[in-house]
Design a protein around this ligand. Sequence first.
Ligand code: MN3
Length: 205
Amino acid sequence: MGKHELPPLPYAYDALEPHIDEQTMRIHHDKHHQGYVNNLNVALESHPDLQAKSVEDLLKDLASVPDAVRTAVRNHGGGHLNHMIFWKNMGPGGPGEPKGKLSEAVDTAFGSFNNFKEEFSKAAKGHFGSGWAWLCLDSVGKLVVRSTANQDTPLSEGMVPLLALDVWEHAYYLKYQNRRADFVDAWWNVVNWDDVASRFEAAAK
Ligand code: MN3
């Protein structure tokens, strides 16, 4: 499949204002995400067999990636995939909430949407250092909240990521400085629940 490429944002850089500012979106997408893509491509230059695989397939089976590039694939491939999910998980026009089958599954797993938000927010706010908070479908088809360090992805642990929140400082520092909790609270306003639902429905089949 050749070199990995950075997809454009599916909305304008300022579309998530005032919750996520335009400058943060420009730097985060054009510089940070582009950096993961570039570094992944550099790592795979000497491994044409791995270039033929999607980033999802690489991360699902890290054990099969040769030692020499496994850490680079984990970090930069993870960075590439996690950010692709993150951008699509967001959009203007919120706040919304899950509907249909996703809503039922959230209620079954967490008791209510509010309970889910509380658990997810706690994972995001409480994660020590750089990383991500996630809503995932686990290997037995149950919705679970997780956090991962650095650019690790739940895909490498046999789970399907449905909703991702980047809690690296680069995701919020320009606007929120040290106030990660305020960023997490504001972020609920820009979650694109239609995207989360389509991931859920594809994975739950
Ligand atoms: Mn990031």
